[in-house]
Design a protein around this ligand. Structure first.
Ligand code: DX5
Ligand code: ZN
Length: 220
Protein backbone atom coordinates (compact mmCIF):
# COMPACT_ATOMS: atom_id res chain seq x y z
CA UNK A 1 0.00 0.00 0.00
CA UNK A 2 1.06 3.59 -0.58
CA UNK A 3 2.70 5.60 2.19
CA UNK A 4 1.53 8.93 3.58
CA UNK A 5 4.24 11.42 4.53
CA UNK A 6 2.73 14.34 6.45
CA UNK A 7 4.87 17.44 5.99
CA UNK A 8 5.94 19.02 9.26
CA UNK A 9 5.84 22.43 7.59
CA UNK A 10 2.04 22.27 7.81
CA UNK A 11 2.04 21.35 11.53
CA UNK A 12 1.50 23.62 14.53
CA UNK A 13 5.02 24.84 15.33
CA UNK A 14 3.99 25.49 18.94
CA UNK A 15 3.00 21.83 19.34
CA UNK A 16 5.14 19.77 17.02
CA UNK A 17 5.36 16.77 19.30
CA UNK A 18 1.59 16.60 19.70
CA UNK A 19 0.96 16.84 15.95
CA UNK A 20 3.61 14.22 15.19
CA UNK A 21 2.14 11.77 17.68
CA UNK A 22 -1.33 12.31 16.24
CA UNK A 23 -0.31 11.52 12.66
CA UNK A 24 1.82 8.58 13.77
CA UNK A 25 -1.04 7.04 15.75
CA UNK A 26 -3.40 7.56 12.81
CA UNK A 27 -1.14 5.50 10.55
CA UNK A 28 1.20 7.84 8.66
CA UNK A 29 4.38 6.06 7.52
CA UNK A 30 6.93 8.85 7.06
CA UNK A 31 7.43 12.27 8.55
CA UNK A 32 8.46 14.66 5.77
CA UNK A 33 10.84 17.35 7.02
CA UNK A 34 11.50 20.31 4.74
CA UNK A 35 14.90 21.90 5.26
CA UNK A 36 15.26 25.21 3.36
CA UNK A 37 18.26 27.50 3.04
CA UNK A 38 16.81 30.74 1.66
CA UNK A 39 19.01 30.31 -1.43
CA UNK A 40 17.80 27.27 -3.35
CA UNK A 41 14.29 28.35 -2.33
CA UNK A 42 13.21 31.81 -1.17
CA UNK A 43 12.22 30.72 2.31
CA UNK A 44 14.05 29.45 5.41
CA UNK A 45 12.37 26.75 7.50
CA UNK A 46 14.34 24.76 10.09
CA UNK A 47 17.54 22.76 10.23
CA UNK A 48 19.39 19.99 11.97
CA UNK A 49 18.72 20.98 15.62
CA UNK A 50 14.98 20.70 15.06
CA UNK A 51 15.29 17.38 13.22
CA UNK A 52 17.48 16.02 16.05
CA UNK A 53 15.14 17.24 18.79
CA UNK A 54 12.15 15.54 17.16
CA UNK A 55 13.99 12.26 16.60
CA UNK A 56 13.30 11.21 20.20
CA UNK A 57 9.56 11.66 20.10
CA UNK A 58 8.59 9.39 17.23
CA UNK A 59 9.37 6.15 15.46
CA UNK A 60 8.24 7.52 12.08
CA UNK A 61 10.66 7.28 9.17
CA UNK A 62 12.35 10.69 8.84
CA UNK A 63 12.15 11.70 5.20
CA UNK A 64 14.28 14.85 4.97
CA UNK A 65 13.69 17.00 1.89
CA UNK A 66 16.77 19.20 1.45
CA UNK A 67 15.83 22.37 -0.41
CA UNK A 68 19.39 23.54 -0.10
CA UNK A 69 22.18 24.48 -2.56
CA UNK A 70 24.94 21.87 -2.64
CA UNK A 71 23.34 19.66 0.03
CA UNK A 72 26.43 17.45 0.00
CA UNK A 73 27.75 19.83 2.67
CA UNK A 74 25.09 18.58 5.11
CA UNK A 75 24.65 14.90 4.29
CA UNK A 76 26.56 13.70 7.35
CA UNK A 77 24.95 16.19 9.72
CA UNK A 78 21.42 15.46 8.59
CA UNK A 79 22.01 11.73 8.94
CA UNK A 80 23.39 12.26 12.45
CA UNK A 81 20.34 14.35 13.28
CA UNK A 82 18.16 11.32 12.52
CA UNK A 83 17.31 11.23 8.81
CA UNK A 84 16.39 7.79 7.45
CA UNK A 85 15.87 9.03 3.93
CA UNK A 86 17.75 12.01 2.51
CA UNK A 87 16.33 13.72 -0.55
CA UNK A 88 18.39 16.19 -2.57
CA UNK A 89 17.38 18.26 -5.60
CA UNK A 90 18.97 17.39 -8.94
CA UNK A 91 19.04 21.14 -9.65
CA UNK A 92 21.04 21.87 -6.49
CA UNK A 93 23.84 19.32 -6.91
CA UNK A 94 26.88 19.87 -9.10
CA UNK A 95 27.84 16.22 -8.70
CA UNK A 96 24.61 14.35 -8.16
CA UNK A 97 26.06 10.87 -8.58
CA UNK A 98 28.63 11.54 -5.89
CA UNK A 99 26.05 13.02 -3.50
CA UNK A 100 23.87 9.92 -3.85
CA UNK A 101 26.85 7.69 -3.04
CA UNK A 102 27.70 9.79 -0.02
CA UNK A 103 24.13 9.52 1.27
CA UNK A 104 24.28 5.74 0.94
CA UNK A 105 27.63 5.65 2.70
CA UNK A 106 25.97 7.15 5.80
CA UNK A 107 23.52 4.23 5.81
CA UNK A 108 20.54 6.39 4.84
CA UNK A 109 18.27 5.80 1.87
CA UNK A 110 18.77 8.28 -0.98
CA UNK A 111 16.22 10.19 -3.01
CA UNK A 112 16.45 12.77 -5.76
CA UNK A 113 13.87 15.52 -6.25
CA UNK A 114 13.04 17.42 -9.43
CA UNK A 115 11.24 20.74 -9.71
CA UNK A 116 8.10 21.02 -11.84
CA UNK A 117 9.92 22.35 -14.93
CA UNK A 118 12.76 19.81 -14.75
CA UNK A 119 12.15 16.92 -17.15
CA UNK A 120 11.96 13.34 -15.91
CA UNK A 121 14.92 12.56 -18.20
CA UNK A 122 17.14 14.53 -15.79
CA UNK A 123 17.11 11.55 -13.40
CA UNK A 124 17.17 8.78 -16.00
CA UNK A 125 20.81 7.78 -15.61
CA UNK A 126 20.73 7.93 -11.82
CA UNK A 127 17.52 5.86 -11.45
CA UNK A 128 19.26 2.56 -10.65
CA UNK A 129 21.14 4.30 -7.84
CA UNK A 130 18.28 5.95 -5.97
CA UNK A 131 15.65 4.52 -3.65
CA UNK A 132 13.08 7.19 -4.44
CA UNK A 133 12.39 10.03 -6.87
CA UNK A 134 10.43 13.04 -5.67
CA UNK A 135 8.35 14.78 -8.31
CA UNK A 136 7.66 18.30 -7.05
CA UNK A 137 4.13 19.30 -7.95
CA UNK A 138 4.57 22.94 -6.85
CA UNK A 139 7.57 25.24 -7.02
CA UNK A 140 9.34 24.39 -3.77
CA UNK A 141 9.58 26.77 -0.85
CA UNK A 142 6.15 27.09 0.70
CA UNK A 143 3.29 24.96 1.93
CA UNK A 144 -0.30 25.50 0.89
CA UNK A 145 0.26 26.03 -2.85
CA UNK A 146 -1.88 24.70 -5.68
CA UNK A 147 -0.99 21.46 -7.45
CA UNK A 148 0.51 22.07 -10.92
CA UNK A 149 -1.47 19.74 -13.23
CA UNK A 150 1.25 18.91 -15.81
CA UNK A 151 3.33 17.22 -13.11
CA UNK A 152 0.84 14.33 -13.12
CA UNK A 153 2.09 13.38 -16.57
CA UNK A 154 5.65 13.35 -15.19
CA UNK A 155 4.57 10.78 -12.59
CA UNK A 156 3.17 8.56 -15.36
CA UNK A 157 6.30 8.89 -17.46
CA UNK A 158 8.56 8.10 -14.54
CA UNK A 159 6.54 5.05 -13.45
CA UNK A 160 6.68 3.76 -17.02
CA UNK A 161 10.45 4.25 -17.15
CA UNK A 162 10.99 2.59 -13.76
CA UNK A 163 9.01 -0.42 -15.02
CA UNK A 164 10.95 -0.53 -18.28
CA UNK A 165 14.19 -0.69 -16.33
CA UNK A 166 12.81 -3.43 -14.08
CA UNK A 167 13.29 -1.30 -10.95
CA UNK A 168 10.96 -0.75 -8.02
CA UNK A 169 11.94 2.83 -7.24
CA UNK A 170 9.51 4.68 -5.00
CA UNK A 171 7.83 7.69 -6.56
CA UNK A 172 6.94 10.51 -4.20
CA UNK A 173 4.83 13.56 -4.98
CA UNK A 174 5.05 16.76 -2.94
CA UNK A 175 3.03 19.94 -3.15
CA UNK A 176 -0.70 20.59 -3.30
CA UNK A 177 -1.59 16.96 -2.58
CA UNK A 178 -5.16 16.69 -1.29
CA UNK A 179 -7.86 14.14 -0.61
CA UNK A 180 -9.25 15.11 -4.03
CA UNK A 181 -6.18 14.37 -6.15
CA UNK A 182 -4.62 11.51 -4.14
CA UNK A 183 -6.34 8.74 -6.09
CA UNK A 184 -5.30 10.18 -9.44
CA UNK A 185 -1.69 10.41 -8.23
CA UNK A 186 -1.64 6.81 -7.08
CA UNK A 187 -3.15 5.70 -10.35
CA UNK A 188 -0.45 7.59 -12.23
CA UNK A 189 2.14 5.55 -10.34
CA UNK A 190 3.07 7.51 -7.22
CA UNK A 191 3.37 5.45 -4.03
CA UNK A 192 4.53 8.01 -1.44
CA UNK A 193 2.40 11.14 -1.02
CA UNK A 194 3.52 14.18 0.96
CA UNK A 195 0.75 16.28 2.43
CA UNK A 196 1.18 19.38 4.58
CA UNK A 197 -1.87 21.58 4.70
CA UNK A 198 -4.30 18.83 3.74
CA UNK A 199 -3.19 16.83 6.79
CA UNK A 200 -2.66 19.52 9.41
CA UNK A 201 -5.50 21.87 8.52
CA UNK A 202 -8.55 20.76 10.51
CA UNK A 203 -8.28 17.42 12.31
CA UNK A 204 -4.89 15.82 11.49
CA UNK A 205 -5.81 12.35 12.79
CA UNK A 206 -9.04 12.29 10.81
CA UNK A 207 -7.29 13.61 7.67
CA UNK A 208 -4.63 10.89 7.84
CA UNK A 209 -7.35 8.25 8.13
CA UNK A 210 -9.13 9.66 5.06
CA UNK A 211 -5.92 9.50 3.03
CA UNK A 212 -5.34 5.92 4.17
CA UNK A 213 -8.88 4.94 3.12
CA UNK A 214 -8.07 6.19 -0.39
CA UNK A 215 -4.76 4.28 -0.33
CA UNK A 216 -6.59 1.12 0.71
CA UNK A 217 -9.13 1.54 -2.10
CA UNK A 218 -6.53 2.11 -4.80
CA UNK A 219 -4.19 -0.62 -3.61
CA UNK A 220 -2.26 -2.14 -6.48
C1 DX5 B 1 7.09 22.77 -0.30
C2 DX5 B 1 7.49 21.61 0.55
C3 DX5 B 1 6.35 20.74 0.89
C4 DX5 B 1 5.21 21.42 1.63
C5 DX5 B 1 3.96 20.80 1.10
O1 DX5 B 1 8.16 23.31 -0.95
O2 DX5 B 1 8.46 20.80 -0.08
O3 DX5 B 1 6.72 19.54 1.53
O4 DX5 B 1 5.26 21.32 3.02
O5 DX5 B 1 2.88 21.48 1.59
P1 DX5 B 1 1.41 21.31 1.01
O6 DX5 B 1 1.05 19.87 1.13
O7 DX5 B 1 0.59 22.21 1.86
O8 DX5 B 1 1.45 21.75 -0.45
ZN1 ZN C 1 8.83 18.81 0.81
Amino acid sequence: MAILAPSLLGADFKNLEKDIRTVEEAGAGYLHLDVMDGVFVPSISFGMPVVAALRDCTGLVFDVHMMVEEPVRYVKAVREAGADLICVHAEACRHLDSVISQIHQTGARAAVAINPATPVSAVDLILPQVDMVLIMSVNPGFGGQKFIPYTLQKVRMLRERVRELGLDTDIQVDGGVTLDNAEELLEAGANVLVAGSSVFRGDPGENVKRFLEIFERTRR
